[in-house]
Write a protein that binds this ligand. Structure first.
Ligand code: SAM
Ligand code: ZN
Length: 609
């Protein structure tokens, strides 16, 4: 009787919530579904991490091999790029990361082509051409083919091997790819997927710890051309090995899905993992990228090595950086000048970059003396709103992209010799990257600036025009939609806003004594401000209508939980029972203002972009 009553109440409320996509109450949902055998409720549950609806609910083909039969595991066949792979529910797969994989294939392909060009150039310089040796350059590089002089790739955390199989099928000029995982079950699927896709001549499965796999290759002659790390959460435990096992001039590709830690939700954890204190600020997405880069560089420095970032991105719920690693003690000295702290005002959000060190030229070309950075760049209290500053960092303060390389990747994707499902977004996002001011770390978010003053925001072109008319540069950041990177000082930005509120007044009620708004608006405007539309007010990528930010790729997108063996229902029950008992940083997603969102809010926000 009671069960029936509960069923009626829960069924109605939960179904309604499910339909609105805000079901965060899977616990009652599942418990009730158990009680009442109500599978309808259960299958509608939108606890996305536990029920990726496409993948587990409706397997296209149910393959039962001896291993999988043992566990009664559903195996789905998934096509991505040129690969078709078998995926059991016990091995990790996140369809939304197709963008990550497409982008990586494009970038490594470009890297590989360049490596061959350099090789040929060296051969020519050494007189190989004179000896009638065939040049590889004469023959276009092909994918899926073994090249004696080709590149070697180590994928440390390969799961099903989908990424490595795609590398084998799609990247030209490859000698060897090692797809490694420490999960035996995953490795058995890597092996099957290698066979299924006919890439056994270049892709090899390895069973073992990723760090050990890389340490085995740290001798100069055994190093990899490319290392790809795509772990659960933070990659930091693999970095010491990775920075030693990649060749001089080699490429390191790293994913971090612990966005909440890097975006300031747990600054102490960020310091423990990355050696840097993150800030939960408006610019947290770029700060995350820069914390990762400084962490990679400091690991490299221990071995007389340094990094040169090629492309460094904040994407959806994760970060993905591509850096080249070089050896050279002289350049390592400059690393201290590429690190900085950030002071951010807690009242108005104005921020200042505090360099850690400076390089002063001394006698002789290319010689420098290195001295500690002078400062502090910030006063005790903010000169605009009289509130305190907080300090974060260190961050990487040098450029985060190599624009020449970015251009070549865009050309490659546009040329269409490789076809990517997410090509439009790669081109769109990298076009914004090309527009980014390279020498201006971080950005302001206009809604947040206006939020400080409680005023209505000017239109994007109006605000950009005011900065440009003032003689300053301005660009978007790929990391946030409503972002403004500018070399205009905070004093000028507040003058622009003072001029704006003259015609768009703020309610007196909002100007409480001591508030940032009152303190800022009480000060006189000291710069001329013109809102006349400037010729460069509209960013080119916007003018061309490019796909620059993520639209909602599927109903329940986001980071996925670790894959676990065992029956899926049990896994769901266990995870649901634990929900809310521990802090799950990797589930947190932030909007461009640094505000924590739940997954459904995120979907809606992202659609609006
Ligand atoms: C996020 S998944 C990798 C996804 C994959 N790169 C892709 O694109 O689909 C992480 C994988 O790392 C594996 N793993 C975790 N720690 C490891 C370690 N120390 N050594 C090797 N593999 C590890 C897990 O078994 C899991 O399969
Ligand atoms: Zn302030």
């Amino acid at each position: 009787m009671l069960t029936k009553l509960l069923h009626r109440i829960f069924y109605k409320t939960l179904q309604c919530k499910i339909l609105q996509n805000i079901c965060r109450q899977g616990k009652s949902c599942l418990e009730f579904s158990k009680l009442s055998n109500c599978s309808k409720l259960h299958s509608g549950c939108s606890v996305y991490q536990l029920h990726p609806p496409k993948l587990f609910a409706a397997s296209e083909s149910l393959l039962q091999t001896p291993d999988t039969m043992e566990d009664k595991v559903d195996v789905t066949e998934v096509s991505e790029g040129l690969a078709k792979v078998m995926l059991p529910s016990s091995v990790f797969y996140n369809p939304v990361q197709e963008y990550n994989r497409d982008l990586t294939v494009a970038i490594i392909s470009e890297f590989s082509s360049e490596s061959f060009q350099n090789l040929n150039q060296r051969k020519t310089e050494n007189g190989a051409a004179a000896n009638n040796e065939t040049s590889d350059q004469a023959i276009p590089l092909e994918s899926g083919k073994f090249y004696e002089n080709g590149i070697s790739i180590f994928e440390g955390l390969a799961a099903s091997g989908l990424r490595s199989v795609r590398f084998g099928l799609e990247i030209p000029g490859v000698r060897e790819i090692i797809a490694n995982d420490f999960d035996k079950n995953a490795v058995s699927f890597i092996e099957r997927n290698i066979q299924k896709n006919g890439v056994h001549h270049i892709v090899k499965a390895r069973h073992g710890d990723a760090a050990m796999g890389m340490y085995e290759h740290r001798n100069e002659n055994d190093r990899f051309d490319v290392i790809d790390l795509d772990p659960y959460g933070s990659p930091t435990i693999f970095l010491d090995a990775a920075l030693q096992a990649v060749k001089d001039g080699g490429l390191l590709c790293v994913t971090c899905t612990d966005a909440a830690v890097l975006c300031g939700n747990a600054p102490e954890k960020c310091n423990a993992n990355y050696g840097s204190v993150s800030l939960r600020s408006k610019f947290c997405h770029e700060m995350g990228v820069r914390i990762i880069l400084q962490c990679l560089d400091s690991h490299a420095n221990r071995y007389s090595r340094y990094i040169v970032p090629l492309i460094s991105l904040s994407v959806d719920f994760y970060f993905r950086v591509f850096v080249r690693v070089y050896t050279g003690q002289k350049q390592v000295k400059h690393s201290s000048t590429k690190r900085a702290m950030i002071f951010e005002c807690v009242g108005c959000g104005a921020y200042m970059i505090q360099p850690m060190a400076e390089a002063l030229p001394t006698k002789g070309e290319g010689n420098f003396k290195f001295v500690p950075g002078s400062g502090p760049v910030a006063q005790q209290l903010c000169q605009h709103c009289h509130h305190k500053h907080r300090m974060g960092g260190p961050i990487w303060s040098a450029p985060i992209h190599d624009k020449e390389f970015v251009r070549r990747v865009i050309n490659r994707v546009q040329a269409g010799s490789q076809t990517f499902h997410t090509a439009d977004r790669i081109v769109g996002m990298l076009s914004v990257v090309l527009e980014e001011l390279p020498d201006v770390p971080m950005y302001y978010v206009l809604d947040a600036v206006c939020g400080v003053l409680h005023c209505t925001p000017p239109n994007m072109k109006v605000f950009r025009s005011a900065l440009l008319n003032g003689g300053y540069r301005v660009s978007l950041s790929h990391a946030a939609k409503n972002s403004y990177k500018t070399d205009a000082p905070p004093g000028f930005i507040w003058d622009v806003m003072r001029a704006w509120v003259k015609n768009n007044p703020v309610s007196e009620k909002r100007l409480t004594p001591g508030s940032a708004a009152k303190n800022i608006l009480e000060q006189q405007q000291t710069h001329e401000v013109s809102f006349t539309e400037h010729a460069d007010a509209n960013p080119r990528s916007r003018e061309k209508g490019m796909l620059r930010w993520q639209t909602n790729p599927e109903p329940y997108w986001g980071p996925k939980a670790r894959a676990k063996r065992g029956h899926n229902e049990d896994l769901v029950a266990k995870q649901l029972a634990n929900q809310g008992k521990t802090k799950k940083y990797k589930e947190d997603i932030f909007d461009s203002n640094g505000k924590k969102l739940n997954i459904d809010q995120t979907s809606e926000e992202k659609v609006k972009m």
